[in-house]
Ligand binder design. Sequence first.
Ligand SMILES: Cc1ncc(COP(=O)(O)O)c(C=O)c1O
Length: 432
Amino acid sequence: MRPEVRTPLPGPKAKAMLERGERVLSPSYVRPYPFVPARGEGAFLEDVDGNVFLDFMAGIAVNTTGYAHPKVLEAVRAQAERFAHVCFSDFTHDPTLTLAERLSGKLGGRYRVFFGNSGTEGIEAAIKLVRHHTGRPYLLAFTGAFHGRSLGALSLTASQSKYRKGFAPLLPGVVHLPFPNPFRPPLGARPEEVGEAVLAHLEHLFRTVLPPEEVAALFLEPIQGEGGYVVPPPGFIPKLKALLERHGILLVADEVQTGAGRTGRFFALEHEGVEADIYVLAKGLASGYPLSAVLFREELGSWRPGAHGTTFGGQAVSAAAALATLDLLEGGLMENAARVGAFLLGELRALQARFPFLGDVRGRGLMIGLDFGSPKEERPDLRDKAVELAFHKGLLLLPAGPSALRIAPPLVLKEEEAAMGLEILEAVFRAL
Ligand SMILES: Cc1ncc(COP(=O)(O)O)c(C=O)c1O
């Protein structure tokens, strides 16, 4: 397949549906551009007017195996014929039990699993678990972080104040640290010392306002997602983990966006040589079927039956999709993400040398951010224009953070498809 835009966008059918949506849908939905999908195959999506797009956003980093992967379809169909839902909170069943074993097996079988439906629900469970287990009231998170939008998760989210506006009061006791962004360092630090500066800031908080023995956990995205696809500096996460350990503070890895192979490893934390106390997975785990998994160290499992639960979490069709997704990830998709991601990163860095408004190109595997502007100047105008121009040329992208765009294709993306996307990006950059 190739991207092919045959009608001016939005085409007539898309336009009619968008107008219907304006009359009935919640105004809180965002529509970055007028795309109305009809069907997908592999890394391509066709809209309702028959235009074909190459997908570099995967439904916000969800569709690990692309669209309509035969192995996922087969697993979903077979499970739907048996049963979709009985309620895993009340009754043990497969394929969910096997999925729990497979996920725990990825961490040496030392972790227990709680299933939910969404990333937010996973984070919410993690908040409850760390409070319940430690009895400590405070939580730490980073500015720029996105952890979800229920009132607990939203209390951690700090990527844009518009997400919080109008919803206060949120959870008390949440303290935010600046994220060590090497491209736009906080705390007046130089890029090469930003990690140390953030750690010194945390120690300062511990000395002055935040008794560390009252902090339950720190929530960390190994690569900030919604905040701009920001990779922390090398060595930061291991040092942070050591500091937390000294105070008995748990590390919760929010791998909702980074996990399930997107960075070329199953957990992005594997790149850092660090183990978290709790991992939260969602988005890519079940190739588009709703599912989250909270994996927590066995020793943390002090909560008793009924302390937490959910009707749909671990629903059998989603679990079947997740098992098929795991088979495919282990059968080559993770290597593909690493290889095609390295190719894309290299080519994008070559483009950066020709287009100076591309201030930073960063990422791991198929989680790549392009930041527009310079350390001193954010250029959301150029970023937004790039997203719009790419759409009209048949490439689907999404913004992230103040001035970045994210490249998060399905992990089935082939190198020749990545090259098609690069061709469109180059044309977009020339037009800018
Ligand atoms: C890192 C991270 N955590 C949590 C969430 C919330 O997940 P969901 O939208 O599935 O509730 C997201 C969603 O973008 C995310 O990127």
